[in-house]
Each structure stands twice: as C-alpha cells, then as structure tokens.
Write a protein of this length. Sequence first.
Length: 500
Amino acid sequence: MTKIVNHWIGGKTVEGASGTYGPVTDPATGAVTTKVAFATVDEVDAAVAAAQDAFATWGRSSLAQRTGILFKFRALVDAHRDEIAELLTAEHGKVHSDALGEVARGLEIIDLACGITVQLKGELSTQVATNVDVAAIRQPLGVVAGITPFNFPAMVPMWMFPIAIACGNTFVLKPSEKDPSAANKLAELLAEAGLPDGVFNVVHGDKVAVDRLLEHPDVRAVSFVGSTPIARYIHTTASANGKRVQALGGAKNHMLVLPDADLDAAADAAVSAAYGSAGERCMAISAVVAVGAIGDELVEKIRERAEKIKIGPGNDPASEMGPLITKAHRDKVASYVSGAAAEGAEVVLDGTGYTVDGFEDGHWIGISLLDKVPTSAKAYQDEIFGPVLCVLRADTYEEGVALINASPFGNGTAIFTRDGGAARRFQLEIEAGMVGVNVPIPVPVGYHSFGGWKDSLFGDHHIYGNDGTHFYTRGKVVTTRWPDPADAPAGVDLGFPRNH
C-alpha cells in the first residue's frame, strides 16, 4: 500500500482535501513509494489561520517556556536521528552517513535557538537626559513561512523554524514535494516536546501553495532556499506584498588552487566537495581553477580519487554516493556532460552511462570530470546540481580571481595555498559571501550566518546566526521619563524635547 503524506495543521495531521497528489519515488529503485497531498488555497489559509491564532499566546510566552520546549525538541531529534536519516535516504537517495550529517547540522541550529535569550537581551541606556532612559528591544513578527528545497529536507527547515519559534513567531513550512516525510516527522517531534498547537504547521504542495503564502496578508516574512530563478521570483513577489524576505539562490562555487598548494590535500578536498551528496548541495565545489603549471597533475589526482568512489543505494553501508533525486534531474545533469566536448571541454570522466546491478531503474549517474572548460560552456555557466566537476585553467592568481569574480553567483568559494599573504588577499578581494582557506565547503557554524552575494542571495539577511535572529524580529526603541517623586510638578512645557 502506498504511503500518503498529509498536512500538519493546528497540531495534528490533516488529510488533503484537494484530491491532488504528487508522487514521491525511491531514487535507488525509481519506484513510487509515497503520495504527498497538494494543498489548495483554502488549506494554506487554514494553516496560516492556525498559526495566527497560536501567535496570540505564543508571541507573549516567556523565553523560559520557549527554550524549555526547544531543549526537549533537541533531545528528541537527537534520539530519532537514525529514523530521520532513514527517511532522507528513502526519499532523497543520499547515503546514510550524509543523512546523519544533515541532521547533525540541523541540531546545531536548534542548539543556537535554545540559547536565544542572549540574542534577545536588547539594549538599555540610562539617564540619556534627566530621568530619561532609552531601551531597544526586539519583538516577534507574527506568522512567518519557510519554503525549502529537496536537497536538505531536514536541515534547511531546521535552519529556519527553531530560531523563528524561539523568537516568538509561529511558522508555516512548505517543504519540497519530492521528499516531504522529514518535515512531518519534525512536526510530530515538536508536538511531543510540548509545542502548543498551531505554532508549527506543514502544508505540502506546488506553486499554488507557494503563491498563496507569498500573498497571504497574515504572513509577515518568508524564508526560501532554492534555485536562483525561483529565489528571484520569491523575493520579488513577497516583497511586492509587503513581506520581509530572505531568499537564498543558486551557486557555482569555485576552488582556486595555487601552485604552492598541497595537491594531494587539494584533490581530496575537490573530490569530497564536488561529489559528496551526489553534488546536490548549494555549497558543492563545481569549478576548480588551477593556477599555473599544476593543472595536469591536479586533474590526474582528482581522476584517480574519483574513480574509486563507490556508488550505490543510500541504505547500503558500502555506498559513498547515492542516486539523484528524480529521473528528470538525472537526465538534465547528464546533458551537461554529453554536450561538454562540443563546447570545447575535455571529458576526463563520463558518468552518464552508469547503472547499479539490481537497481537498473534507479536515478543513477556516475562521476564526471571535465577539464579545460571554457567559461562560455553551459557546464560552467549553469548550476548543474549533480556530480560534475569542471576544471578551468588560469595563468596567475589575478586571472583566477578575476574569473571567479566574473561569475554571477557569489555563494561560497575556497582557496588552497600555503601562502598566508595570498590567502589574506583572496578573502578580501573575492566577491562571495562565504570563503574557505584550505577548507573546501565553508559552511559557517550555527552562531555565524550563512549566505552568499550577488545572484546567490535576494534580500538583506543571511540565514541563522545573528542575521536569523534579526530577520525574525523587529526592533523597537522605548524612551521613558519617570519624574522623581520628590520633585513637584513644574507645569507643561510645549517646547521641543530637550535631551541635554
């Protein structure tokens, strides 16, 4: 019997009323294992209404109550991490170790939310004038929404809702319809932790659900992670409807390798960062820029390592890389490799014909490595979101930096070198929001914020960290005068307020 994933509204499962369902496949077999209900406008409205009703009390709840529930939720996620990881493998296809890593990074943000009291302390200036004090405080927005991608169906929601809830907001999540089960599991664990009904809601669906959240008058803010075209649409549409928006888009992350670098370490890093999670992550290294005469040696080292990667079902402990999320995505990724030679690239490894014995209908693709890729090639220009690594050549450091800065994306980048001066120049001159020095995937820890520049971010706020707290709250300044009881009334002064 096919599993059905329904909505979570007002603290309970609510069966989909639209009669429309989307298929969820096991990427390793290609078989449809689950159906997910697609929400109507009325169902989205019901979720927002539940969140709005809950905000009346949750927004005034104590910090002790909020963080107490989040501490319990953190313990439950930790206790169920294997179960959550199994859901990720079953619907996304990533190997179990990758799935556990995803849960671990989500737990990191729950940790941050449990300590939200520090971020919400506010500021106070006393005696700015005689008997006058000024306080700056931060208050929750109300109902906020999160629209999250398929590649991290547990982690990215956990980058959003724990902080939003800790700040006193209520939340409506619209997860990817390709792997929806993790969102409902998190909702169940929140309820078990004691979160009041309606504070966290999940509606599944497609563009109908997304557009309703973007236009609903009671939704105060929208967080999004996904591709650049959709991020731009989310930002434009939600902003036009008066909402605060953080929309994280796509990427083409570069790794600059200087001639003095440890090439074995650089090759290890390139393989891990390009092919981990089958390349389906916005922080994947998809372009290596080799500077000087090291290019041939570096490419050979990458090839040697890439050929040894074990590809298979995510629930097989021997597998190091699983399948892609859907057959359509697999075919799109393969098209970049198939057309690379005609655009001037040298195809060192072609993984487009890869299959796994006994799982021939799975969404398989092997490792692909393209060398001497021109910047005009589609394989370089587009975010492929698969296990395809492009190697470009540059004669000098300056040429490499100019090449990277010419990209419309500015999510993450890395430099591999033994030269501290070059590394320092790089981190100041490169146009990207996250930079690694001998670190290929510079995803910040939870108490620093995640986000890119240029076409990788639409909106003013990065996600989680201090930016997350500021995004989910708004500032208020209160100026107070309490006359000393010993002073007699001095009459009314209609002049301009004096601060000194």
